[in-house]
Ligand binder design. Structure first.
Ligand code: ATP
Ligand code: MG
Length: 400
């Protein structure tokens, strides 16, 4: 390594990105990694001068030294498929050069956090390097002790663990492994249509499918003028939060009121909820076919409310032939709420705006609907025309 190359080190800040599950994908690995790099690039669109490269199973993000590293770290760690990230410094793969950089790192940590004890862990990916991992750790430890007089080694409970990852031409030194979200890169698992309400559950459901690599379209139903434009605005704001993880969302907005009125006028009151839900599914299926979505996604959860009993879910499903994904089906409400808080949708979801489902809420909704009875009630309606009219009146929005 000549002096010129050594001087090029650390003119940029580096983030090491690990891909976890993506790395398990065998033959498809290069494809998954390529998509992942593209997703990272998109999330860093606002960071000037960001460079992203792949090497030896890792992804490296390099940004100019004046970049806000917290922002870069945050943006990269929320890309699905990223298992962890580490802000790192880089040195030539040479014991003295690594030692010098390690001393600088430790001096910063002494200043920033007042650390007093440390431990070095070393990994030697380049097995041709003449020094073995435990010896690398020992020698870098000795350099640190020499360069930072206030520090002592503590192998059991150190204030700081410093990792040395020695590779063929470069060595990376880092402290933290910050967890990413895991999952798979967006776009590696089809496209689905989420029925997005303003509630807590459906944004989380969309997020969970996106986390497994699925691109997301959305459909939202309102009952204007019974529901307000502000309630719709809230749903768009929710979609905006979800889109910060799952990319731009094409959202179809539909007024369900004519259908709700037809149901209320012609069908038994206690069946209103299940009948409305079957219409929502039918309309969603039509929209999904148009947009080439492979499946519908809802935030339903077994037993949470009257429309989500096992019987109601079966009767709901029998209105469509497209698969319906319910990623929250077996979760407890508190866990869904915790996840919503983590994603950042919770506070928006609990804003008190009306929802179309509550506009004609029956006093005693049927909790164990029977398909034959529901089909009889639907005979009183011109289902096809109602669905077609709703689809024809759809409004399209783009969020994110
Ligand atoms: P959420 O918190 O997602 O609103 P919920 O517990 O309130 O769910 P329901 O209101 O019965 O339950 O809705 C069940 C699912 O139906 C929702 O998760 C969502 O996928 C869909 N849904 C309900 N209302 C709407 C709406 N106005 N527009 C689009 N989809 C809806
Ligand atoms: Mg709801």
């Amino acid at each position: 390594m000549n002096q010129q190359n050594i001087d090029n080190f650390n003119t940029e800040k580096i983030l090491i990105v690990r891909c976890g599950e993506v790395a398990l994908k065998g033959m498809n690995k290069p494809y998954f990694e390529r998509v992942l790099v593209e997703r990272i690039r998109k999330n860093l669109a606002n960071v000037k001068g960001a460079k992203i490269t792949r090497k030896e199973g890792l992804i490296f993000v390099r940004v100019p030294t004046d970049s806000n590293m917290d922002e870069v770290t945050r943006e990269v760690s929320k890309v699905f498929g990223v298992s962890s990230v580490s802000p790192a410094v880089e040195a030539a793969s040479d014991i003295d050069a690594i030692g010098n950089e390690a001393v600088k790192v430790m001096n910063n940590l002494i200043e920033e956090r007042g650390i007093r004890t440390f431990k070095v862990e070393a990994k030697r990916a380049d097995k041709s390097f003449p020094v073995k991992s435990p010896d690398i750790a020992r020698r870098i430890g000795a350099s640190i002790l020499k360069g930072c007089k206030v520090l002592k080694v503590d192998v059991h409970n150190p204030d700081c663990r410093i990792f040395v990852d020695l590779r063929a031409d470069r060595t990376y030194i880092y402290e933290d492994k910050i967890h990413g979200l895991g999952g798979l890169p967006l776009g590696t698992n089809g496209k689905g249509l989420v029925l997005l309400s303003g509630g807590i559950d459906s944004p989380v459901a969309a997020w969970m499918m996106a986390k497994r690599g699925m691109l997301i379209d959305a459909v939202h139903f309102h009952s204007y003028p019974y529901t307000s434009p502000r309630a719709q605005q809230k749903v768009e704001e929710l979609a905006e939060i979800v889109s910060s993880y799952c990319g731009r969302i094409n959202m179809t907005v539909i007024n369900l009121l004519p259908i709700q009125e037809a149901i209320v006028t012609n069908c038994p009151e206690d069946e209103t909820t299940i009948l409305v839900r079957r219409f929502m599914m039918r309309i969603a299926e039509k929209i999904a076919e148009k947009k080439r979505d492979m499946m519908l996604i809802t935030g339903e959860n077994l037993g949470q409310v009257a429309s989500q009993t096992a019987e109601a879910l079966v009767v709901t499903d029998q209105s469509v032939s497209m698969p319906v994904m319910r990623p929250l089906i077996g979760m407890d409400k508190v866990d869904i709420m915790d996840l919503a808080k983590e994603i950042g949708t919770y506070e928006k979801s609990i804003e008190p705006y009306e929802d179309c489902c509550t506009v004609f809420l029956p006093k005693h909704p049927v909790t164990k609907p029977r398909l034959e009875k529901i089909l009889k009630s639907e005979e009183k309606l011109d289902v096809e025309s109602l669905v077609d009219a709703a689809v024809a009146s759809a409004e399209e929005k783009t969020v994110g």
